[in-house]
Each structure stands twice: as structure tokens, then as C-alpha cells.
Design a protein around this ligand. Structure first.
Ligand SMILES: [Cu+2]
Length: 402
């Protein structure tokens, strides 16, 4: 953004002439015009009100500068001594009042349209997690996690040797984008699984807070197919800057094809970053295979808190190398990873990762960093633990995780 700043300065001049706003869409200092009616409207409002502010600014500062200059002491001027002027007070109360009301009318109209989520064509539940997004197409039986793309995730690690400038859409790319059809009214039901997050794709809509225990909604209706990028817009912890949002707006046919493809895929997968698609759940894996897969899965899902060397960032994120859980019983270890620790940053990974990914990660943790326990955890072990988990959920009435 900063490098383009100087080059683009002259464009500012054109902005005030009311030239077609699309011509300045690339002028990154201003807000984007976006691709929905609402974003066009908010852009117009923004320009209108900015214009009003600039005119007022010119009048007020012009009067001040003129007065200071033309009525200065060295010209022999002396200040008048009145303390009250009802006339002036009425004028400087009434004029701003009228201006504010005049601006509030179109703003309120737009605000009402922004909030009107009725008659939507598609409803998608959006859940913020530390630090990824979960999308659930409510009427379609399709749900998945969307995490930072592997290329960005590698490049952001210190000492990775990868130059972030060489990565396309660095920190603005994900493994699995949200896919929606063009021209349809998409309603998002936004909530959170842990802390406050906020869903924000500037070219599609305004921000919406993701609050645990509440569901906020927002909608958009994209006019043009394309790939639109955004980010979590609420400071949500250590890796807040690493939970981008990518929305792919496609034709209705492409959307139908995509949905059909998703229904055939397992409902919950680890995402491409963990390299797990659910294959191989029935087979027994060797220690070496699990270690290789586990390192990938660990890097994608756990390093943010427990660090690449497993030492964590105590006291916030405990060391796994020195953990009694990791050095102790396999079943206790599986339990923590499957179900998380409610009320802490340790989330339940059971609903997020499949059996193969979990088996690999747990095997990896128990054998990496010189722990060499020799323990091999197979996907079948995870499945067995899950069955227990389900029974518990039935008993308490609280399903785990989601
Ligand atoms: Cu967030």
C-alpha cells in the first residue's frame, strides 16, 4: 500500500470531480467500491459525506485564516468585547443540526437495507475459531474449515527461507475458500467458538462481529463473479493476522457442481493444509508414515501455540515436550486433543480433523523432539475414542465442539 501511495497521489484530484468511481477502484487509500449494491451505496455515501466535511472544513478554516490574517493586532485591530450573541448561537446550532439531519436520512436508509437479511437464497453459518473460519451451508449439508494457505503459512515462519514477497496473495489466501453463486442473496450467520472475531470482506459487505454465544447476521449479493479477499477484523489473539477470508463468487452452474463435489467429500476434513482427506482411515499406518503426516498436520494446526519445537510459550501455551499428558497415557492425550479444554485456547480438534490427521499428529507429538516414546496411534484408536465421546455427548446433551 505505501509504495503505491506516492504514485497514486494525482488520482486524488480526479476524485473530487465526481468521475466514475470505478476508475479509481485501484486507488487503495480510499474504500473499495465493491461488487454489491450495498457496497456501491456505502461508497457513494462515504464520498458524499466526505465532500460535505471538506466543504465545511474549507469554510471554517478559510474564515479563521482570513480573520487571523486580516484582523491581526499589527494592523491596529482590537477585539470586540461582547460575551453573548443569541443570534450567533442560534445560527451555529441550527446549521449543524440541519446538516446532520440531512446526512442522517440517506445514511439511515442504507443502514436499514444493510440490516435486512430477509428473503435470502442461501444461509451459511460462519464460525470464527482461533485462528480459522468454519463454514456450514445450512441447507446443503456441506461444511468445512478454511485456514491460511500453506504457502503463506510457511513464508511467515522466521527462518523459513521463503520470501513473503514471492508468495501470491501473501496472508490473504486460504486452503478452502467460501464458494457462493453470483446474483443470489447470501445470508451469513456469524458466530464464534472461542473469542471475538469479525468477518469482513470489504468488496462484499461491512464487518460483522463474531461473538461466542450470539449469532449476528449479514448479507451480500455479488453482482460479478470473482475472488474477493478479506480478514478477521477483530483483534483475536496471537495469530489474528493469519485468519484471512476468501470468497469465490461463481456462476450458478459452477456453484451447483461445486456443491455436488463437496457432498461426496467427507463432511469434516482437515483441510488441504493438513494433507488429510479421510483416505486410509481403515488401514494401519507405520510409525514413519504417521510421523511424516503428523509433522505436516502439527505445523498446520498446532505450531501457532505450541511452537515448532513443542516448547510452547509458557505460561500461556504449555510445552508439550514437558507435558505429563504427552508423556503419560495415550488415552488421556487423545482425549485432550479430541475434546480440547473448555474455557481455554485449547480447542476441540475432534470436529476439525479426521481420524488419520489426529492419529498422525498425536503420534508425531509423542515421538518428536527426542520424546521417542515409540507409541503408534492408529486411526482406529481415534475412532474408538470418538465413539466414547459421542456417548458422553448423549449423556450430557452437549455435543462436543460444534
Ligand atoms: Cu479472529
Amino acid at each position: 500500500m505505501s509504495s503505491g501511495f506516492m504514485k497514486r497521489m494525482p488520482a486524488a484530484a480526479g476524485l473530487w470531480l465526481g468521475v466514475a468511481p470505478a476508475a479509481f477502484a485501484a486507488w487503495e487509500l480510499n474504500m473499495p467500491v465493491g461488487v454489491t449494491d450495498i457496497t456501491h451505496e456505502t461508497y457513494r455515501l462515504h464520498m458524499l459525506i466526505l465532500g460535505v466535511c471538506v466543504v465545511i472544513g474549507c469554510i471554517v478554516f478559510g474564515a479563521m485564516i482570513y480573520s487571523i490574517f486580516a484582523h491581526r493586532k499589527s494592523r491596529g485591530r482590537s477585539a470586540s468585547q461582547f460575551t453573548h450573541s443569541t443570534k450567533v448561537e442560534v445560527v451555529w446550532t441550527t446549521i449543524p443540526f440541519v446538516i446532520l439531519v440531512a446526512m442522517a436520512i440517506p445514511a439511515a436508509e442504507t443502514l436499514i437495507r444493510i440490516e435486512d437479511t430477509r428473503n435470502s437464497d442461501i444461509s451459511i453459518q460462519v464460525t470464527g475459531y482461533q485462528w480459522k473460519w468454519h463454514y456450514n451451508y445450512l441447507d446443503e449439508g456441506v461444511e468445512f474449515f478454511s485456514t491460511l494457505a500453506r504457502s503463506s503459512n510457511v513464508a511467515r515462519q522466521l527462518g523459513s527461507g521463503v520470501d513473503p514477497y514471492s508468495v501470491d496473495n501473501y496472508l490473504l489466501d486460504v486452503d478452502r475458500p467460501l464458494v457462493v453463486p453470483v446474483g443470489q442473496k447470501v445470508r451469513l450467520l456469524v458466530t464464534s467458538n472461542d473469542v471475538l472475531h469479525a468477518w469482513w470482506v470489504p468488496e462484499l459487505s461491512g464487518k460483522r462481529d463474531a461473538v461466542p454465544g450470539f449469532v449476528n447476521d449479514i448479507w451480500f449479493q455479488a453482482r460479478e463473479p470473482g475472488i474477493y479477499r478479506g480478514q478477521c477484523a477483530e483483534l483475536c489473539g496471537r495469530d489474528h493476522g493469519f485468519m484471512p477470508i476468501v470468497v469465490e463468487v461463481v456462476s450458478e452452474d459452477a456453484y451447483a457442481d461445486w456443491l455436488a463435489g463437496q457432498r461426496d467429500a467427507p463432511a469434516v476434513t482437515a483441510g488441504a493444509a493438513a494433507g488429510a482427506t479421510g483416505d486410509g482411515a481403515d488401514q494401519d499406518w507405520t510409525l514413519d508414515e504417521l510421523m511424516a503426516r503428523g509433522e505436516e498436520g502439527y505445523t498446520a494446526n498446532c505450531v501457532a501455540c505450541h511452537q515448532a519445537d513443542g516448547h510452547g510459550i509458557p505460561p500461556m501455551f504449555p510445552s508439550l515436550v514437558d507435558s505429563d499428558i504427552v508423556r503419560g497415557d495415550v488415552s488421556g492425550h487423545i482425549d485432550v486433543v479430541l475434546n480440547g479444554r473448555p474455557g481455554t485456547a485449547m480447542q476441540a480438534f475432534g470436529p476439525q480433523l479426521d481420524d488419520v490427521a489426529l492419529a498422525a499428529i498425536i503420534t508425531y507429538v509423542r515421538n518428536a523432539w527426542g520424546l521417542d516414546s515409540g507409541d503408534v496411534i492408529e486411526p482406529a484408536d481415534i475412532e474408538a475414542a470418538r465413539t466414547g465421546e459421542q456417548l458422553l455427548a448423549e449423556k450430557t446433551g452437549y455435543p462436543n465442539g460444534l
